[in-house]
Design a binder for this molecule. Structure first.
Ligand SMILES: Cc1cc2nc3c(=O)[nH]c(=O)nc-3n(C[C@H](O)[C@H](O)[C@H](O)COP(=O)(O)OP(=O)(O)OC[C@H]3O[C@@H](n4cnc5c(N)ncnc54)[C@H](O)[C@@H]3O)c2cc1C
Length: 235
């Protein structure tokens, strides 16, 4: 974990993915090195709660002083309605990157699995781009991304383009509330096809407790150990 320090940083751009998810592009005054998968902490100053801070994964690979955060609006939440009211040019109090949910130093000949729902895809976008584009990983990389409907699939064009460019990248969006030509139901029914026979793999899980716990239990049931499963809980 890096020493925690706070900076003033400006919202440089905002991208609306759908009615409840936005990307915030935030510019620090200085270069802000980080490892793909890390998160930052925003201090909202005053929230009607014990804690005034909330954490957000960095959604893209390192490019200097700019970071992207991909955030879902939580209705009735304390912090996200405030963040969603922010405009370009406004200043945030935000930490330097934190966390150990990162890629291994050495990329080995094994399967890299990524399983998430919703904005849990944010750190995986950074990690997968890092693996394929920067680390030139040729091992199989699987992304299982659970969403309700097609409108909820984040970064679809980019992941589709990566899967065309890199045959070792298998992109599997799974819709739970819409029938379409792709995978349907819950992610559990789909990652099972690859991991049930316990091939050598390192598997990352990110998002909300319920999905992570069930996935972790299933993977343990297939024989995976704690060191082969990395988790980032959002709640
Ligand atoms: C490492 C990490 C990375 C994350 N990355 C993302 C991301 O990339 N995108 C994204 O959309 N979300 C992410 N989250 C979730 C995010 O931090 C917020 O929980 C979410 O945005 C909802 O915030 P809220 O204040 O609107 O909701 P609220 O329900 O008000 O608060 C949500 C969380 O704040 C804490 N909290 C609130 N009140 C209290 C209290 N009284 N006492 C103790 N704790 C309290 C709890 O942890 C609670 O789960 C991440 C969380 C973590 C831990």
């Amino acid at each position: 974990m890096n020493n925690l320090e706070y900076h003033k940083a400006k919202i440089e751009a905002i991208k609306i993915h759908n009615p409840t998810v936005k990307s915030f592009f935030i510019r620090y005054d200085v270069d802000m090195p980080y490892q793909s998968g890390q998160f930052v902490i925003i201090d909202f100053g005053q929230l009607p709660h014990q804690f005034s801070t909330r954490s957000y994964s960095i959604a893209d690979v390192h490019t200097g002083s700019l970071i992207e955060l991909c955030v879902v609006l939580k209705l009735g939440g304390a912090a996200t309605p405030i963040l969603f009211d922010q405009n370009i040019g406004e200043e945030l109090t935000i930490s330097n990157p934190q966390g150990r949910f990162i890629l291994p130093e050495t990329i080995e000949d094994k399967i890299y699995g990524f399983i998430c729902t919703g904005t849990g895809v944010a750190p995986f976008r950074a990690m997968i781009k890092d693996l394929l584009l920067i680390k030139k990983c040729t091992s199989p990389v699987y992304l299982y991304f659970g969403c309700r409907t097609e409108a909820d699939i984040l970064y679809r064009d980019e992941f589709e383009s990566l899967s065309r460019q890199f045959p070792n990248f298998k992109y599997i969006p799974v819709l739970s509330r819409q029938n379409w030509e792709g995978a349907t139901g819950y992610v559990h029914e789909h990652y099972k096809n690859v991991f049930e026979q316990k091939p050598n793999a390192l598997i990352y899980l990110c998002g909300w407790t319920e999905m992570i716990k069930q996935t972790r239990d299933n993977l343990k049931g297939y024989g995976y150990s704690r060191t082969e499963i990395k988790v980032e809980f959002y709640d």
